[in-house]
Ligand binder design. Structure first.
Ligand SMILES: [Zn+2]
Length: 503
């Protein structure tokens, strides 16, 4: 079985055959560093993070390049607004982007080049384009002449006339065609500028990606990705200038991520409905955000809502719960049982194997993570059923099987970057509310004796169990309610009571 990807260039799913066997070169357009990233941006980076991780899981040696656009009109405008230099703005928001990327659990790309470190290469490419008659100079600006490149429009699947009608481009008399785009912009006073054969100036946005992708991945690399909003004109222009320059194919597979809408509208600064990643991460675990992304195919739009977040949160909780449950069973005493519950064990064993196969099949099919996630939850359901039917007192064989199920759960979720590590007792203790002390000592008269909060919580649960045994239901309920008010849930199982923090 091989991986299939939907190629925007051909508008169909194609078998994924990389240029160099076993290796993948992937370029994803990174942020223009002038602001904090929002949920829409985050989704694109998450989608390609999932693709990157999955390709590695499938054994490919992936070189993942995600650039930083650190010179652009938006950066210059922001610098003017804040009365600081564009360099300062770019540096600040690069740091902030890295911070958000880390907190989102994004794997670090192999290379994160900055546009301003590659001006020399950009100038070389522009010079060659002028020489080939594909670009022209007007007053220190250089434009790419779209009518000179036969394939212009092949990514967007539109002719030049259709683009003109659709884009409402401003008529600039200096340009030969309204769709001609800037490769180089002459310097305006006070703006960052570099020397070039056409005078001082700075590169246009599109040429940055051409220079950086060619530099690190070479000609005809495998995957070029980005959000759907970059398809036109950014990616179309990248293709025109790169293929014009090299006379060869730029990249083989073009992958575009779906956008994020809010209430049916695009998330945009002008609409005032922007949600910043860092604000969302204050209230939600990064895995919840990733589950939200995984739950929809990367090419489809997501209509972002509180309900969607809640669903993702519940999904995350279900995954952690099953792991807690397995852990609990594994820690409980091993029993000998005769006869062994062979039928239940065979069934779980079969589902473990099938889950792995199905998950890979789903993800191989154009990274269909929504289907992959559904496969994962089939396993979760089976594990829960197994524990319920089998009972929590299990044999060595059953323990081995549960350990295997847990391993597959971790392996497959890890393949798409989900982290299902259960927090350590000490770390959980830190998150427990201070009210535990008061409940333990003042209400229940339990000695604190320098105990950690989670240890006191175990004492409290024991007190509640005693009350239950003595049929003091009032006391048992009061303890449960007090804990619930603190965000702590109690689960009563045949092997005793357990607690967990609501996320
Ligand atoms: Zn780009």
């Amino acid at each position: 079985m091989s991986i299939k990807v939907y190629n925007t260039l051909d508008r169909k799913k194609e078998e994924f055959i990389p240029r160099d066997p076993g290796k993948v070169g992937m370029y994803v357009c990174g942020p223009t560093v002038y602001n904090y990233i929002h949920v829409g941006n985050a989704r694109t980076y998450l989608s390609f993070d999932i693709i990157y991780r999955y390709l590695k899981y499938r054994g490919y040696d992936v070189t993942y390049v995600r650039n930083l656009t650190d010179i652009d009109d938006k950066i210059i405008i922001k610098a003017k607004e804040e009365r600081t230099s564009p360099e300062e703005i770019a540096e600040r928001y690069t740091r902030e982007f890295w911070e958000d990327a880390k907190n989102m659990g994004l794997a670090e790309p192999t290379i994160q080049p900055k546009a301003t470190n590659h001006i020399k290469e950009m100038i070389e490419i522009i010079e060659a384009l002028i020489e080939k008659g594909l670009a022209y100079i007007v007053d220190g600006d250089v434009y790419f002449e779209v009518t000179k490149f036969a394939g212009y429009g092949k990514l967007a699947h539109r002719t030049l006339d259709e683009m003109r009608a659709g884009e409402r481009v401003e008529i600039d008399p200096r340009k030969h065609h309204p769709m001609d785009f800037a490769l180089w912009k002459s310097a305006k006073p006070g703006e960052p500028a570099w020397d070039s054969p056409w005078g001082k100036g700075r590169p246009g946005w599109h040429i940055e990606c051409t220079a950086m992708s060619l530099r690190y991945l070479g000609i005809d690399f495998d995957i070029h990705g980005g959000g759907r909003d970059l398809l036109f004109p950014h990616h179309e222009n990248e293709i025109a200038q790169t293929e014009g320059y090299t006379s060869k194919r730029f990249a083989k597979y073009w992958l575009h991520g779906g956008l994020v809408n809010i209430g049916g509208e695009k998330m945009a600064k002008s609409l005032g409905n922007i949600i910043l990643v860092r604000d969302l991460l204050k209230e939600h675990n990064a895995n919840v955000l990733r589950l939200l992304a995984l739950g929809t195919h990367y090419r489809s739009p997501i209509d972002f809502s509180q309900e969607k977040l809640k669903e993702a949160e519940a999904a995350y909780e279900r995954l952690l719960n099953v792991r807690r449950r397995i852990e609990h069973v594994l820690e409980s005493p091993t029993v000998t049982r005769w006869p062994e519950k062979v039928e239940e064990m065979n069934r779980l064993k079969r589902v473990i194997e099938e889950t792995k196969e199905k998950f890979i099949e789903s993800m191989d099919d154009d990274f269909n993570s929504a289907a992959g996630l559904a496969n994962l939850f089939e396993l979760v359901k089976e594990i829960n059923t197994f524990i319920e039917v089998y009972g929590e007192q299990v044999t060595m064989h059953a323990k081995d099987l549960l350990e295997e199920a847990d391993g597959v759960l971790l392996e497959l979720s890890g393949a798409v970057g989900l982290n299902l590590t259960l927090p350590k007792a000490e770390d959980v203790a830190k998150k427990l509310p201070e009210d535990i002390y008061q409940l333990a000592s003042e209400v229940l008269g339990i000695a604190i004796d320098g105990k950690r909060k989670d240890q006191l919580l175990d004492d409290i649960l024991e007190r509640r169990n005693r009350a239950r045994k003595e049929k003091d239901w009032g006391m048992a309920d009061r303890i449960r309610d007090r804990l619930s008010a603190m965000g702590i849930e109690i689960e009563d199982t045949p092997l005793g009571s357990r607690w967990k923090l609501k996320i």
